[in-house]
Design a protein around this ligand. Structure first.
Ligand SMILES: Nc1ncnc2c1ncn2[C@@H]1O[C@H](COP(=O)(O)OP(=O)(O)O)[C@@H](O)[C@H]1O
Ligand SMILES: [Mg+2]
Length: 281
């Protein structure tokens, strides 16, 4: 089953006054399987956020179709169902906080969906437990660390019980500790609750932990496959201004220097083993 299906999508932002619009996609097609964990990479301005906004009908196609859980995002009658099915988490946790108490913040989404109060209580508690923030439920969100705030934002999304969550660079403003917390939370949601995850990121190490990596470049798909398949295409990544994870970059540099090392050893242990074998041989 497909969680998302993008068919020949074209999209341009309208121009203001006499300025021409900005064309982002001309003919993009992509499907995301239900329950999968897909990382989306690409340079600044290549259309990642624009695609994310197509997934919950914040933006609608100019041409082509976007289906979410089988629903056409251009079908106005489906808008509420679409917003319930696909949650969004953005880069800046401060912009996503709407209340002065953590549990009220998390309750905001389900309240807007018109869910009855007793059900909201249990949803909020469960969501906060899921992200490891239950003991902070009565705290003020603005006093939390970046990673904690982002986990509260994620709890607010889970409380709406979505089937999919699109994360648009959720760790970009966090320190390494916060990044680890948030990434771990995202993986748990995918693994334990079967939530389909689309993770837009600039961190290659985060993408390396996904099941599938999609690389966008100028509105097109430049690479698509398992992390090993995508990251071993180092020359292509460099050409479009990206890099592979440091492990692969190291082996690539050695290859360039004339030493044959594999380019598909993403984690440091595998990479270390390859280097050890090479030194010993
Ligand atoms: N609201 C907007 N109005 C006009 N152009 C926009 C708007 N948002 C984004 N763009 C342009 O659309 C292109 C894709 O942007 P975006 O999807 O934000 O890229 P990314 O998230 O990959 O950095 C860029 O050229 C950007 O300048
Ligand atoms: Mg963006």
């Amino acid at each position: 089953m497909e969680a998302m299906r993008v068919e020949h999508l074209s999209y341009s932002y309208p121009g203001v006054d006499d300025t021409p619009g900005v064309s982002v996609f001309e003919d993009l097609s992509l499907t995301v399987e239900q329950g999968s964990f897909v990382a989306v990479l690409g340079g600044n301005g290549c259309g990642k956020s624009t695609l994310a906004k197509q997934f919950n009908a914040i933006l609608l196609p100019c041409g082509g179709k976007v289906y979410v859980c089988g629903m056409d995002t251009a079908d106005e009658e489906k808008l509420i169902s679409i917003r319930r099915s696909v949650g969004m988490v953005f880069q800046n946790p401060d912009n996503q906080i709407v209340a002065n108490v953590v549990e009220e913040d998390v309750a905001f989404g389900p309240e807007n969906l018109g869910i009855a109060s007793p059900a909201i209580r249990s949803r909020v508690d469960q969501a906060l437990k899921q992200v490891g923030m239950y003991e902070y439920r009565e705290h003020a969100p603005h006093l939390l660390s970046g990673g904690q705030k982002q986990r509260v934002a994620i709890a607010g999304v889970i409380a709406m019980a979505p089937k999919c969550i699109v994360f648009d660079e959720p760790t970009a403003m966090l320190d390494p500790q916060g990044r680890r917390e948030v990434l771990q939370t995202i993986h748990t949601l995918n693994r334990e609750k079967g939530i389909t995850v689309v993770l837009i990121t600039h961190h290659m190490e985060e993408a390396a932990q996904a099941q599938r990596v999609v690389v966008l470049h100028k509105g097109n798909i430049a690479a698509d496959g398992t992390p090993a398949q995508v990251f071993s295409q180092v020359a292509l990544l460099h050409e479009i201004g990206l890099a592979a994870p440091e492990t692969v970059e190291l082996c690539y540099a050695l290859n360039e220097a004339g030493f044959a090392l594999p380019l598909d050893r993403l984690d440091s242990e595998e990479c270390g083993q390859a280097l050890y074998d090479w030194v010993k041989a």
